[in-house]
Structure formats: structure tokens, C-alpha cells
Design a protein around this ligand. Sequence first.
Ligand code: NAD
Length: 430
Amino acid sequence: MPEPVVLARAAGGYEARPFEGQGALLCAPAGGYAAPALRAALADAGATVLADMPGDARQQIGIVVMDATGCRAPGDYRALYDAFHPIVRRIARNGRVLLCAPLVEAGGDPVQAAVARGIEGFARSLGKELGRKGVCVNTAYVAADAVDRLAGVVRFFCGKQATYVSGQAVRVTARVAAPQSGAAAQVLAGKMALVTGGARGIGKAIVERLSQEGARVICLDVAGAADELRATCAQFGAVPLTLDITASGAPEQLADFLRSQGGGLDILVHNAGVTRDRTLSNMRPQDWDLVVNINFAAIAAIDSTLLAAGLLRDQGRIVYLSSISGVAGNFGQTNYAATKAALIGYAAAQAPLLAPRGICVNAIAPGFIETAMTAKLPFFTREVGSRLNALMQAGQPRDAAELVAFLSTPGASGISGETVRVCGQGMMGA
Ligand code: NAD
């Protein structure tokens, strides 16, 4: 097996000018509408924005952004080739590529819609070609009236935080009211957050990231994880809450606890989840029910109670932890995949209902992330599962946490109803 590239990861919190000292190539063929916003976003993040590659052929570039919103007809595809063919070898290790495609709504011109979708296919293929260098390639479908929402998107997808997010496409729209504090804002100071299953694994990393950005975090977990819960809360200054989300009356107990903490939530991260893997013919009914109850029924019940009680504030954020099993299905995971796919549908259906209040609702779908959950897998499954992606390695809890943190920021106000994978561009469900 070839040694995978060492992925660059952010250690601390967001920086005001994360691309300071870096060049960013902005490819802006005629006819697009996103280039000025992209240029401003890159410059605001500290990058030196270049219209052409430096003449010295040995010089590499870490960030490449293309405004492909002008691609409307098949002939326009040539712009992709012309932009990337000459420079593809000069994209640096751990580089970032972001393509902005036009957002063509359902019912729009079919050829324009097809051309836009083709940009995603190009990006996904480029991601597979460059993955061994640790380069992440993503697509943003941008509505013409939502270019002001690109600043946060650029900071995430062109930054270190997107380490394990590649081959993804998100829609950026103006459907959710933008926050007062500005589209690029990444600050979570003054925000109240809840992370379920936060004692360990991905949840713990989410607690860490949200706390790092200044949020006050309530970390919920079961009594059986009390020691880990205490340790996590002590480490990150979070507020512990011991609760089984499936216990009878759990949503009401949670609502009472939130009231005792001074009111509502700004960020709700439904991270708690379990597996009970067996082929369907061998699956016991109690394992079916347990997974459905924890991974989906409890989540829907909590949302319903908190929303009815007015405990999710305007401009709030909800993030569900789905899985690539929910995208692709997985052998031995009929129960788990059903619940994780349900969350994808749930996020998409909740989003328009909560948009008028400025609330964004999204899911993330991790691939193979090294935690206690994946440590339980047999050796061979673990080895294969962690290697079957463009980056040829497993992700870390921090990678998933970075995506959750980004989706929790004011700067992600253009993204709602989406499911974003954090899977190193896994082959499963690709
Ligand atoms: P983990 O098992 O390490 O942590 C899950 C946490 O949830 C634990 O602290 C556990 O005590 C808590 N929990 C379980 N049942 C609960 C309940 N009824 N009430 C409250 N808390 C409860 O798992 P992880 O790998 O960190 O996964 C976190 C989430 O990410 C899960 O939803 C999982 O399905 C999802 N996910 C993980 C991976 C991966 O590769 N690790 C991949 C895809 C999706």
C-alpha cells in the first residue's frame, strides 16, 4: 500500500486572515457573475489574488478558485479545460480547489441545468486525480442573488478546515435571511450550543471546536459515559448534562434544563448515534428498535419539543450527523442506514420551514472517521474502509467537527437543507 499524504489540519480556532501570505488563483472566464464576490472574499481572507499563474513553472499554488457561473452551454465547458489543464500539475500538496457553478432551479433551462451539473462531475473527477496529494476539490452551486454569501464558503472550502471534505457540492442560496453580523463572520461568541453524544469521538471534537470559537456548549451524554463527559467538559469548559435522549420525557427534561441555563439554543448538534450491525436476516428486533430510537426517533422528538417551546433562537443552526451509509447503504447496516438516510431527508424538509426565521438546517455525512465506533470494526474491514477514498486514509474526529463548526457560523447562512460528506471523497456512494 502506498503511504498516504500527511494531511494539513488546522490546530486552533479561525484566523482573521487565514490566507495571509498565500497566492490564490482566480479563474474568471467571461460571462460569470461570481468573480467579484470571490475576489473580495479571497482578498478579505488575506490572499494575494492572481489572475494568472506566476511565470516561474516551479512555483506552485495552494488555492485555485474558478467562477464557472458563466458556463451555460456545452461549448462553455472548454473553459474548465483551459483553466485547469495548464496548471493542474502546479497545484500544491494539501491545496484547495473550489468551482462555482450556476444554480439552475428545477424547471429552469434543461441544457443550462445539465451544463451546471457537469461542472460537479468535472470537480469530482479532478478530486480523485489530486486526492493522493491531499488536494480537496469542491463545487458550490451559487444563485445569482446569493453571491454575498460566498465569503464564508470560500474561507471554509479553501482553508485548512476542509481537510477531509472533497468531491462535495453545496448549494448557496439567499433563502435563509442573512445575519446582521456580515456574511463572512465565523464568530460564535455569545452563542449557546448543545452537542448530544459529546463525551467522546466526533461529539467531543465538536464540543472542542464550538468552544474554541467562543460558544457556550452544553455537552449531553448517557450516564454510562459520565466519566468521559466530566473529562470533556472540564477540558473545554462545557456544561455537562447526563441524559439518555431516548428516555421517556427526555425532550421535556432537556427543555427544562435549557430554561435553567437562561433560555434557548443557537446551535443544536444531533451527534449521538449508535450502530448494531447485523445482516437483516440475523438482526434482532431490539437492535433494530434501539438504532431507530437513538439515531432518528429521539432526534425528531427533541426538535419538535424545542421548536414548539421556542427554545431554538432565530438565526439558529441545526446539524445532524448522518453517514455515508445513509447515502450509499452498507452491508449489515439496514437499521443504521435507514436512520442516517432519514436524517438527510429530514434536513432537506426542515430547511424551508425554518428559513423564514433565519435558521439553517443541514446534515453532515462522515465517511470513515477514527473513533471508538470504527475501532469496533474487524481489522480487514477497518483497513479497507479507511483506505477507500481519494485521500487514501481515515479521517479524524476534528475533520467532522470542522464541518459542523463551519455550518454553525453566520458565514454559512447560504447553506441550508444540504448534506455535506466529510469522507475524503470516499468511493462508497460516490
Ligand atoms: P462514538 O460511539 O464514539 O460516540 C457516540 C456518543 O453518543 C457516545 O459518547 C455515546 O455515549 C453517545 N450516545 C449514544 N447513545 C446515546 C443516547 N441514547 N443518549 C445520549 N448519548 C448517546 O461515535 P462517533 O464515531 O463519535 O460517532 C458520532 C456520530 O457520527 C454518530 O451519530 C455516528 O453515527 C456518526 N458517524 C460516525 C462515523 C465514524 O466513522 N466514526 C461515520 C459516519 C457517521
